[in-house]
Design a protein around this ligand. Structure first.
Ligand code: PLP
Length: 540
C-alpha cells in the first residue's frame, strides 16, 4: 500500500520541497482535499480548524434587537414608506427604550446588560449611553472618537479587567483601540513600533515559540531588519519558559518580547510563578516592550495576563473571535496602560531634533502638538495613513457587538456561565481524545485544551518501542504522517513544525469537531501508527 502513497515525489504535481515552503494552513487545505477522497471512504474529520463550532446566541439577539429599536427611533423623527427614516434623538431615549423592552430573551438580556453598564461603568448620561448603543448599531455616524466610542471603551476596560487583569485593579488607566480582529491589531502594533521609532532596524525582538505561524510571517519583522530570536518552550518543561530564557529577556539589547498567552499551538498559559518573573525582567530591562496576544485567556482557569504584572511595558491584544464564535465579525482590541514605555520612548525621541522634525512632518496635519500624540492614537492615525484619521476606527456596529459580548460576561459578578461552558466543551473533547489514544491527559490549570499537541515520535515509542520510533524518524519525511492520515483515513491534522514546535508534533484543535469525532481521530492515529509498524517489521 505504501508504495502508491509514496507521495513526497508527487503532491499535486509539486514536490515536498515546495510543500515545505507553504504555510501549514495551506498544507492543511491541500490535505483536506485528499481527505475528501480518502481510501477508506470515511467521513472527513478535520481536526485542523481553530474556528470554534459554537456561537454566543443571546448577545447576538440583543444586537439584532438594538438594530430594530434603532430603526423605530429613527422613524420617530422622520418616516417614509419608501424605506427611509430620520435620525435618532437622544432626549428621553433611555425611558423610551426601557419601556419598550418586554420579556423575550433578547429584551431580558438587554435590560440586564444596560443596568449592568449603568452600575459598573458609572454612566452619567443614560440617554447618551443608549444613543451610543443604538445609533452605533444602526451605524449612522463615523465612529467618534475614532479610536473607540466613549462608553464602549469603559465597557471593554471592565471586560479586560475581569478576564485578563483579575485582582490587579487598573481602574480607568487603560486605553483601548478596537480593531478588525486580533490579527489587524498585530499589524497596527508592529507598524507603529516602527513608525514611532520605538524599534529601530537591527533591534532584537524575542518571540516565544512555538507560536501561531502567521505571526512568524509578519513582513514588518523582516522588512525593518529586526533581529528576530526565539525562545522555544519544550514539552519536558511543561511548555514553560526556563529561568535561562527569562534571563535572556533581561538583556537591554532585547527591545521587544512577543508572546501568545496561552499559546497556540501548545495551549499553555504562563504559570503564576513564571508570570512573576516578568517583574524581574522589567526591572532589569525597563525599556522592554512586551506584546501579548491573550485571545485564549478565558480558556485557562486562574488565568492572568502579562499585562497584569507588567502593565507599563505591555501592549495587550484580545480577540472575541474564539470565545464567542465570532471570527467572521472581526472583533479585537489593542489595550495599553495610560502610562507606558512606548509613550516614554516617544517623549525621549522628541529631544532628538531629527526625530522631532520627522514627527512634526508626519502628524501635524491631524494634531497641533505631534510630540504629545500618544502611541495608541498614532496607531489609529497610521492605520488610515494619517490623512484619513477622522474616518479611522472600527465600525460602530462592530463596537456595539463587542459591547454585547462583553456585557454578557461582566453582568455576572463571579465566573460567567458561558465562559465555563466553553471550557467544559473543549475539556470533554480533550479527554475523549487522549483517553482514546490511551495516554494520560494533562490536567494542569494552565492547559487550555483549546488545542493539543501530539508527539508522533513519542506515541510510536510508547506503543512499539524506541527502535521503531527511530526507524520512522529516519525513514519518513515528517509530513508523511499527516499526509497518510488524510489520504487513507480522511483525518486532517496540522503539522506543528511550522508553528516552531519540534518535528514530530501535530496540532489537534479541540474547537471544531463533536466529541465522538475525537475518538475517531485518535483511533485513526493509532491505526496509522500500526501500519507504519508493519512496514518497520517487514524491513527487518
Ligand atoms: C485565532 C487567533 C486569533 C484571532 O484572530 P482574529 O483576527 O481576532 O480572528 C488571534 N491570535 C491567535 C494566536 C489565534 O490563534
Amino acid at each position: 500500500m505504501s508504495s502508491d502513497l509514496d507521495i513526497f515525489k508527487r503532491v499535486d504535481g509539486a514536490n515536498v520541497g515546495k510543500l515545505d515552503k507553504l504555510s501549514n494552513f495551506e498544507v492543511a487545505a491541500i490535505f483536506n482535499r485528499y481527505a475528501a477522497k480518502n481510501l477508506r471512504g470515511n467521513d472527513v474529520v478535520n481536526g485542523g480548524r481553530g474556528n470554534p463550532n459554537w456561537i454566543a446566541t443571546t448577545a447576538r439577539l440583543a444586537f439584532a434587537r438594538l438594530m430594530e429599536l434603532g430603526v423605530e427611533e429613527a422613524e420617530r423623527t422622520f418616516s417614509d414608506e419608501r424605506g427611509m427614516g430620520g435620525y435618532i434623538e437622544s432626549d428621553g431615549l433611555y425611558d423610551r427604550l426601557m419601556s419598550k423592552l418586554g420579556d423575550s430573551r433578547a429584551d431580558v438580556f438587554l435590560r440586564e446588560a444596560i443596568e449592568t453598564a449603568i452600575e459598573k461603568i458609572h454612566v452619567a448620561h443614560k440617554d447618551l449611553f443608549i444613543h451610543e448603543l443604538i445609533d452605533g448599531a444602526v451605524g449612522d455616524h463615523y465612529p467618534f472618537p475614532p479610536r473607540c466610542l466613549h462608553y464602549t471603551e469603559r465597557i471593554l476596560r471592565k471586560y479586560l479587567q475581569k478576564t485578563c487583569f483579575k485582582d490587579v485593579d487598573m481602574g480607568d488607566d487603560v486605553d483601548i483601540f478596537p480593531t478588525e480582529g486580533g490579527t489587524a491589531a498585530m499589524v497596527y502594533i508592529f507598524q507603529e513600533l516602527n513608525y514611532a521609532h520605538v524599534l529601530y532596524p537591527g533591534d532584537t525582538v524575542v518571540i516565544n515559540s512555538s507560536i501561531f505561524t502567521p505571526y512568524l510571517q509578519i513582513p514588518e519583522l523582516r522588512e525593518y531588519n529586526l533581529n528576530i530570536e526565539t525562545v522555544e518552550t519544550k514539552r519536558e518543561n511543561d511548555w514553560q519558559m526556563t529561568d535561562e530564557q527569562f534571563e535572556k529577556l533581561k538583556d537591554p539589547k532585547v527591545k521587544a518580547f512577543f508572546a501568545v498567552n496561552p499559546t497556540n499551538p501548545t495551549a499553555r498559559a504562563f504559570t503564576p510563578d513564571k508570570l512573576e518573573k516578568f517583574k524581574e525582567v522589567i526591572e532589569a530591562n525597563p525599556d522592554l516592550v512586551i506584546i501579548t496576544d491573550d485571545v485564549y485567556g478565558t480558556f485557562s482557569t486562574n488565568y492572568k495576563s502579562i499585562f497584569a504584572v507588567a502593565p507599563h511595558n505591555t501592549i495587550l491584544v484580545y480577540s472575541f473571535s474564539k470565545l464567542y464564535g465570532a471570527t467572521g465579525q472581526r472583533l479585537g482590541v489593542v489595550a495599553m496602560h495610560s502610562e507606558n514605555v512606548c509613550d516614554r520612548i516617544i517623549h525621549e525621541n522628541s529631544m532628538n531634533r531629527r526625530l522631532k522634525e520627522l514627527d512634526e512632518r508626519r502628524y501635524s496635519i491631524v494634531v497641533p502638538e505631534p510630540e504629545k500624540m500618544k502611541f495608541i492614537d498614532r496607531m489609529v492615525a497610521d492605520s488610515r495613513a494619517i490623512g484619513l484619521y477622522h474616518t479611522a476606527g472600527l465600525s460602530s456596529p462592530q463596537q456595539i457587538m463587542m459591547d454585547m459580548f462583553a456585557l454578557s460576561n461582566i453582568k455576572d459578578d463571579g465566573e460567567n456561565d458561558y465562559v465555563k461552558l466553553s471550557r467544559q466543551i473543549v475539556d470533554d473533547r480533550y479527554h475523549e481524545f487522549w483517553n482514546s489514544l490511551g495516554i494520560k491527559p494533562d490536567e494542569s490549570p494552565e492547559n487550555t485544551r483549546y488545542y493539543t499537541l501530539v508527539d508522533i515520535y513519542d506515541l510510536m515509542k510508547q506503543r512499539r518501542g524506541e527502535d521503531f520510533s527511530e526507524y520512522f524518524r529516519n525513514h519518513y519525511n515528517y509530513l508523511d504522517f499527516t499526509y497518510r492520515l488524510a489520504m487513507e483515513f480522511g483525518a486532517v491534522l496540522m503539522d506543528a513544525k511550522a508553528f516552531g514546535a519540534e518535528e514530530g508534533n501535530v496540532r489537534v484543535s479541540l474547537a471544531n469537531l463533536e466529541k465522538d469525532e475525537y475518538r475517531k481521530l485518535a483511533e485513526a492515529i493509532v491505526d496509522l501508527v500500526e501500519e507504519y509498524y508493519q512496514d518497520y517489521k517487514q524491513s527487518k
